[in-house]
Design a binder for this molecule. Sequence first.
Ligand code: 5GP
Ligand code: ZN
Length: 219
Amino acid sequence: GVRDGLGAYIAKPETYAPDVVVYHNDDFVAIHDMFPKSSLHLLLLPRDQTKTRMHPFDAFEDTEFLEKVKTETRTLRKLAAGELRRKYGKDSAQEQTRQAALSADPPPDELPLGRDWEHDIVVGVHAVPSMNHLHVHVLSVDRYSERLKHRKHYNSFSTPFFVPIEDFPLAEDDVRRNPTREGYLKRDFTCWRCSRGFGNRFAELKQHLEQEFKEWKKL
Ligand code: 5GP
Ligand code: ZN
């Protein structure tokens, strides 16, 4: 069924073009999400046969496995940050300042730091995944995409329904283990960047996300 759609990438990553499979090794496959919910949205798929059918909360109980996944997400976060720099770096005020300093004659003793794009990448899992194969989301913070079409799309990445990889292992009594009871997906919208509330006004939120995206790029 459609919920098994990620299995094919794990089985035969070498059969996909680079705009689909970003890279693969013995233990992981990194792919582009087919329905991206941000301007950059990747998925990390662990290939471990004993884990791939498990809920992430259960799979990450294995601390050795968890550490392997965390290490790989650091690699993918760097790669994603590099992609953001290529896409938006030239627009960013901080990058322009750095470039100007670099080309000054003589260049200053201390160069201003470039923008830390890794800071603009979020990594985590959904408390209730819709796809069966274990996957970790690696996406830019902007939540700006044509494919973000439903209220649950936004809230699944913008409430505690999204559990950052750094938060694992979860405590036994962590409330995020009961996502349905918490009703995260039905919450009022809050802008990821300025925290403004949008109630249940999705169209208004979408317009605002476009504005925030433009400003975020140029930061
Ligand atoms: P989940 O909600 O299960 O955490 O996220 C599953 C993700 O897989 C979603 O973001 C969805 O867009 C993505 N997805 C679903 N089917 C496919 C597919 O066939 N190929 C790719 N590359 N991504 C998919
Ligand atoms: Zn905002």
